[in-house]
Design a protein around this ligand. Structure first.
Ligand code: BTN
Length: 244
């Protein structure tokens, strides 16, 4: 990963450029990285705050040959596990908030956005976008997220080298990805669960009314597994969880 690395000081979104390159036949593992993004994209059409050299903002072209489109979301969970492992190596106590946000305590450190291009039953390519808040001071975040976001620097109280961090992330992602391709989702699933935010806790979910649910794990297909107050199991596929 990253043998073909395209770096841009400033772009709208690295996702857009990665899509262009992928349509232009870029190979598996091609990375587009930016110093800043003026129109960083988050999940569900949200804006992703990506200021100049404050974080790692990059998108990777993936071409998983034997993966079915319905299992593409598993790649996002693979990436979340890889990121969590890297952070743990830096002694940062992160949790993965389903589906794939990285949190330190109650604050968001990192987000992942995967976009897939598929035809019939074949994945053409996946763009895996990763954003990690690295060297932000508290005041560097947009006002709207300042109370919900954090950075490695805020936690560790020191500047982190972006290049070294990228190398660690790239290496760990490659390891986890290979394992996923060779052994399937099972080993990833249990690791994901070991990092899960609020695992074993009771929360409110909104699905045909509001009810209490206890988080018990994730399903093979990436859905969140919960039980209700009668002990009945449910699989949740979209963001219906009231986390706080
Ligand atoms: C989220 O938590 O909603 C996902 C955020 C993903 C942000 C990354 S930064 C690199 C890549 N380019 C983008 O525009 N978004 C992703």
């Amino acid at each position: 990963l990253g043998h073909h690395l395209h770096y841009y000081p400033s772009v709208t979104s690295t996702q857009n450029i990665a899509h262009d390159l992928a349509r232009d036949k870029a190979s598996h593992g091609t990375v587009v990285m930016a110093g800043e993004q003026t129109k960083g994209k988050g999940r569900m059409k949200r804006y992703w705050d990506s200021k100049q050299n404050a974080g790692l903002w990059f998108s990777t072209v993936l071409r998983p040959k034997s993966l079915e489109p319905k299992n593409a979301t598993q790649i996002t969970l693979v990436a979340a596990v890889a990121l969590a492992k890297v952070m743990s190596n830096y002694s940062i106590p992160v949790r993965i908030k389903w589906p794939n946000d990285l949190f330190i305590g109650e604050r968001k450190l990192s987000g992942i956005l995967t976009e897939m291009q598929a035809e019939q039953d074949q994945i053409d390519y996946i763009i895996l976008g990763i954003g990690i808040n690295v060297n932000h001071d508290k005041n560097d975040f947009d006002q709207s997220i300042v109370n919900q976001a954090t950075s490695l620097k805020i936690y560790a109280e020191e500047q982190i080298n972006l290049n070294d961090l990228f190398k660690s992330v790239a290496k760990e992602f490659e390891l986890q990805y290979e394992r996923f391709i060779e052994q399937g989702f099972k080993p990833i699933k249990s690791e994901w669960e070991s990092y899960a935010y609020k695992m074993g806790e009771w929360l409110k979910v909104r699905a045909q009314g509001e009810w209490n649910a206890k988080l018990v794990g994730i399903h093979e297909d990436g859905a969140l597994k919960v039980i209700d107050e009668n002990g009945q199991e449910h699989l949740l596929y979209s963001a219906e969880i009231l986390w706080s």
